[in-house]
Write a protein that binds this ligand. Structure first.
Ligand code: AMP
Ligand code: MG
Length: 336
């Protein structure tokens, strides 16, 4: 019996160690934006450090400007063997181009370069330059066979900037779930992903940034196990001659999208889809975005804010949303 007591104590201590959660949070800069990862679990510090490394690695492979990246190699050589992971994401991006009727376009790099977005050397290009660059943005001409990818349109250059952060947060989410992490918050510069609930069992509270200067939030959303992804020119833009030019391009015109929407948020279980759609809805504008949402087979939610100061919140998340400003709850049946 005496021998059994120390064994029992050791087992009890081990069990307590395995169960006691600690919260660890770290902020860092990657993918051109400030990010933070918060995890509640035993060994949270190690989990967050590993997550940071995963993002740094993804940044290296997915960036169009890192000379060792898959995307840089592909754009430079026109045809390349790249990692299956990057090729699969590119395939998703091409599918989202079809799904959104062209609003999401992962082949606009020649256009965004003209406007100086990648290197912050902003300028207003000529109509002729824009039309030439637009001719290269043909996602249908991207051929993907496993890890072998060819850009068959002359001058075409791909850019996964509209989807990479969503992919990164989805990858962390999958990793966390495989590790048994039950409570985490990933914020990759406006791409928020929640895993489970806060440590106290309450849902995570995600604030939606106000797109107008000097204003803080459009509202707050209570969520668990969902991605909340926002897009808008407020994230990156430049001003010239009293006009603001944003980083999201309308693939039809080659100009920064001016659809009347100032902020689009997509709430969905899959962060890759949410990221692609928030960019696409911003390009589409309110009328087409609402129709697209209402017709979609996927059950995602949206928050739209337009240049008339109107805030629209979809019915699926309305009861978890609070705001100081007035908002309208939109129903799918009104737009189908
Ligand atoms: P996001 O912040 O997810 O809305 O993505 C914006 C980024 O996606 C830009 O900085 C560009 O790298 C890229 N991009 C710009 N316009 C588009 C578009 N119409 N479709 C897909 N990606 C785009
Ligand atoms: Mg996006």
């Amino acid at each position: 019996m005496k021998k059994l007591i120390p064994i029992f104590l050791i087992l009890l201590t081990l069990t307590l160690c395995a169960c006691s959660s600690t919260t660890y949070s770290e902020g860092f800069y990657a993918m051109n934006t400030y990010m933070s990862v918060t995890v509640n679990c035993p060994e949270s510090k190690k989990v967050v450090k590993d997550a940071k490394n995963t993002i740094m690695d993804l940044d290296k492979t997915l960036s169009a400007f890192n000379k060792n990246s898959d995307i840089y190699k592909l754009n430079k050589n026109r045809s390349a063997d790249i990692s299956v992971e990057t090729a699969d994401l590119l395939k998703d991006a091409v599918n989202y181009n079809k799904l959104t009727n062209g609003a999401f376009n992962p082949a606009l790099l020649q256009v965004t370069k003209l406007w100086g977005f990648p290197d912050n050397k902003y300028r207003i290009p000529s109509e002729k330059e824009i039309n030439e660059a637009l001719k290269t943005a043909v996602p249908d001409k991207i051929e993907i066979n496993g890890y072998k990818v060819s850009l068959n349109q002359e001058g075409e250059e791909v850019d996964l900037g509209g989807i990479a952060k969503g992919y990164a947060s989805q990858k962390l989410t999958d990793n966390f779930k495989n590790m048994g992490v039950e409570s985490a918050l990933i914020n990759l510069g406006g791409n928020v992903q929640t895993i489970g609930t806060k440590e106290d069992g309450n849902p995570w509270l995600v604030a939606i940034k106000h797109p107008e200067p000097g204003k803080q939030y459009l509202g707050q959303l209570k969520v668990k196990d969902l991605a909340v992804v926002s897009s808008g020119a407020y994230e990156r833009n430049f001003r010239k001659n009293g006009k603001t030019y944003g980083h999201i391009i309308n693939p039809e015109t080659g100009y920064p999208a001016e659809s009347g929407l100032l902020s689009t948020t997509v709430i969905y279980k899959d962060a890759v889809f949410a990221d692609a759609m928030s960019t696409a809805l911003y390009v589409m504008g309110e009328k087409d975005a609402l129709k697209f949402w209402a017709d979609s087979k996927k059950n995602f939610d949206i928050i739209l804010y337009n240049n008339k100061g109107e805030l629209l919140v979809s019915e699926g998340i309305a009861e978890n949303f609070t705001a100081d400003i007035k908002y309208k709850v939109v129903k799918k049946s009104d737009y189908e």
